[in-house]
Design a protein around this ligand. Structure first.
Ligand code: CDP
Length: 215
């Protein structure tokens, strides 16, 4: 049996970390968790019944009931859910509950791929490989813009860029588990890369990290 492999991937919105995480999970045959969906699920549950997003006790109660096996990417992908999730994500007590569920997921015998904002720094500080995937705010806004247009949406590039900058600011400035690269993370800047190039860059990092471990 091959040794377990745990891969932590962090980065801002539309950096390409999610697609990369899915590709790596498929390549290595590992379970994958997009931890953003856990914050989104709490936000969605509150939005759905019209409850406030700034009541920590309520959010904690909802977070405790989140079932990782029942996360529905389709339902949770709405733009306003992402925006609400980043408000929920500043609450330390909510984070502790979700982080515990995420660690449990990662403890599978084979290992796992987790992507989010605080995986290398908080959730899995001992991960075998840590990647920090980023790209300029303009490139990320352009990607989101093109995705929305392709899906038949009517969106404005400047609005999307402003959204991305606001979310970056909220995620990087919060006191609890801010978005930042772990000290031992490998940086992959995808501003000038397509997904294939990012995948190859990540494989190179992972292969050399594993080689170094076995040596
Ligand atoms: O893909 P996108 O950046 O739009 O959002 P996401 O990864 O689904 O995350 C939504 C929000 O959840 C982020 O803006 C973060 O505030 C929060 N989040 C977090 O705080 N920690 C994580 N490990 C994952 C997401």
């Amino acid at each position: 049996m091959t040794a377990p492999l745990t891969i932590a991937i962090d980065g801002p919105a539309a950096s390409g970390k999610g697609t990369l995480a899915r590709r790596l999970a498929a390549h290595f045959g590992l379970p994958h968790l997009d931890t953003g969906l856990t914050y989104r699920a709490v936000a969605q549950a509150l939005l759905q019944v019209g409850l406030p997003l700034d009541n920590e006790a309520l959010a904690v109660e909802v977070a405790s009931g989140i079932d990782l096996a029942a996360l529905d990417r389709q339902v949770l992908s709405a733009h306003e859910v992402g925006e609400a999730a980043s408000k929920i994500a500043v609450m330390g007590a909510v984070r502790r509950i979700l982080v515990e569920k995420q660690r449990e997921f990662a403890s599978s015998a084979r290992g796992a791929v987790l992507d989010g904002r605080d995986i290398g720094t908080v959730v899995l500080p001992g991960a075998d490989v840590k990647l920090y995937v980023t790209a300029s705010a303009q490139v990320r806004a352009r990607r989101r813009y093109e995705e929305s247009i392709a899906a038949g949406g009517k969106v404005d590039y400047d609005d999307i860029l402003a959204d991305i900058q606001r979310r970056d600011e909220r995620d990087m400035a919060r006191a609890d588990s801010p978005l930042r690269p772990a000290e031992d993370a490998h940086l992959i800047d995808t501003s000038e890369m397509d997904i294939e190039a990012a995948f190859r860059a990540a494989l190179e990092v992972i292969d050399s990290a594993r080689g170094a471990k076995q040596a």
